[in-house]
Design a protein. Structure first.
Lengths: 230, 300
């Protein structure tokens, strides 16, 4: 099985995305390598197949947005909104990520090996995000479901107006947002965290080094009967 | 929306290529700012004791040599003259105040774009590519350069409303964003004696930095104060004689990306503008943090 090479210096972004959209279960078995992205926006956005895609270089906005099932690795920095609204699959950023990484994501795993800027995981709805470095201010703002794991520090207003997402931070938290509180780390949380770190291939940190944060449930009308829906 | 680009050379090896490198950065940001474009070039210093004034005339057929001769007479020196389209850079043995007064006395129709030992600000209405061609930026050399592509929001599309804005000797500012308290600040600055020529919000930010530094602030101190006093959205790049600075507002909605190698520090609104720089694949690339003053070189 070879590798499908696509050079964005020679061919148009729309052609790349169309060809990725056209993949079926069988053709998606061939991995793709995209070279010379040169900061282009919306690289590999809207993919819906179990294809493996490596992007060699820095990308612009909305890379891997709306991803379903694909395994996409950015060998560089990602601009605004990487993996925004992801549904499933794995997106990995080897460098840093700009703001709003994983915004509104419904599912799948986003791994950022460097730092993520402001509003990481804003309004996330079920995605798991693992950040090797630190996250900027307003991360997990109005986050509804899923897990944000931060191996470094978190800036101001973490988890502001949080619904039911879980936040794990290993380093310092500069400030918690409205209705976000620290919660005890129980065995079930340690297990969730250990599984996420393993899936994200982050080996140098241990689950018991993290603290857990979540919603105080004072800002929204929480019905305990619905707890299992999150 | 606007585009900002900046390139500061840590080593002088690339000084002869700075115009070429910068031109592709500026043109790349055309999508973010198609209305007008401008830049501040640093590094071509006149002889000791001289300072440069960059002047703009409405038309391309102005007799700059006559003006340079009159400057030479007035300051009892041999004036150096470089003409570029409807701009000229004249260097004479004078101080900032005397040079500004001389321009006002000899031809008040001329607009002073910048004064300093090193800075030259040129800007016009038009697409970034047309500005690059008009001023032949590709052939320019220097130590650092910052530029701006404008999509006007707060004021009209005019040369005066385009960037960079001079903020005093060898200082200038480019801005992506919009300030919401510029009207009140403009009044405050005007009462403090700072001349604001347009209704443009970014000119107020430039005037604010000028005012703070007249009060004795260093540039980093003035930028820290700006975080308190400027209300709105901004990513600024600030050029100084020997360096440059970057500041984003605490909310940080306006984009910025930085890249650093052993040879240079580059800044842009989007990474695309940096993609052609030599060694960019090995560069450290990151997003500057909100409300943090970044400086390189002697930006103090």
């Amino acid at each position: 099985m070879g590798v499908q090479l696509f050079d964005l210096a020679d061919s148009a972004l729309r052609e790349l995305n169309q060809r990725l959209h056209d993949l079926n279960e069988e053709t998606a078995q061939t991995p793709w390598r995209v070279i010379h992205p040169r900061g282009a926006h919306a690289v590999a956005a809207g993919v819906d197949s179990p294809v493996k895609i490596d992007i060699d270089g820095h990308v612009g906005y909305y890379c891997a947005g709306m991803n379903q099932r694909a395994q996409i690795t950015v060998h560089g920095m990602a601009g605004v909104g990487v993996a925004e609204n992801m549904m499933s699959g794995i997106v990995r950023v080897k460098g840093h990520a700009s703001q709003s990484a994983g915004a509104t994501g419904h599912g799948g795993l986003l791994v950022i090996e460097g730092d993520a800027s402001s509003r990481c995981g804003i309004s996330m709805k079920g995605i798991d995000i693992v950040v090797g470095g630190s996250v900027g201010h307003m991360s997990c703002f109005m986050a509804q479901a899923g897990n944000l794991v931060v191996c470094g520090d978190a800036d101001e207003a973490l988890g502001d107006s949080l619904y039911e997402a879980r936040i794990f931070v290993r380093g310092q938290v500069k400030g918690l947002g409205a209705d976000c509180i620290e919660k005890p780390m129980e065995d079930e949380h340690l297990n969730v965290l250990a599984a996420l770190l393993e899936k994200a291939e982050v080996s140098q940190v241990k689950p018991n080094e993290f603290r857990r944060y979540g919603s105080a449930r004072q800002l929204y009308n929480f019905q305990v009967d619905n707890a299992s829906s999150y | 929306m606007c585009g900002i680009v900046g390139l500061y050379l840590k080593k002088r090896d690339l000084a002869g290529e700075i115009g070429e490198l910068f031109s592709s950065m500026l043109i790349c940001m055309s999508d973010r700012g198609p209305d007008s474009a401008g830049f501040a070039l640093y590094g071509n210093e006149p002889p000791a004791g001289y300072i440069k004034v960059t002047l703009r005339h409405e038309g391309d057929d102005y007799d700059w040599q006559v003006l340079a001769d009159r400057f030479g007479d007035r300051f009892a020196c041999e004036a150096e003259l470089q003409i570029n389209a409807n701009y000229a850079v004249i260097a004479v043995r004078a101080d900032e105040g005397a040079l500004a007064r001389a321009v006002a006395d000899i031809d008040p129709a001329l607009a002073i774009m910048s004064i300093g030992r090193s800075i030259e600000i040129l800007k016009e209405i038009g697409s970034p590519e047309s500005i690059v061609d008009r001023f032949d930026i590709r052939s320019m050399r220097g130590t650092h350069i910052i530029g701006h592509t404008r999509m006007a929001t707060e004021s009209a599309v005019t040369t005066d409303g385009s960037h960079p804005f001079s903020t005093g000797m060898d200082l200038c500012l480019v801005h992506n964003g919009s300030l919401s308290n510029h009207n009140r600040l403009r009044g405050l600055l005007e009462r403090a004696g700072i001349e604001i020529r347009t209704q443009n919000d970014s000119e107020v930010a430039a005037g604010y930095l000028m005012w703070r530094m007249q009060q004795g602030d260093t540039l980093p101190e003035a930028l820290e104060a700006a975080l308190e006093d400027l209300d709105g959205f901004y990513t600024f790049a600030i050029g100084t004689a020997e360096g440059f600075a970057v500041l984003r507002d605490p909310i940080a909605c306006k984009p910025a990306v930085l890249a650093e190698t052993d040879d240079y520090v580059a800044m842009a609104s989007e990474f695309q503008a940096l993609a052609d720089l030599p060694g960019i694949d090995e560069a450290e690339v990151w997003e500057p943090k909100p409300a943090r003053v970044y400086t390189w070189g002697e930006a103090n």
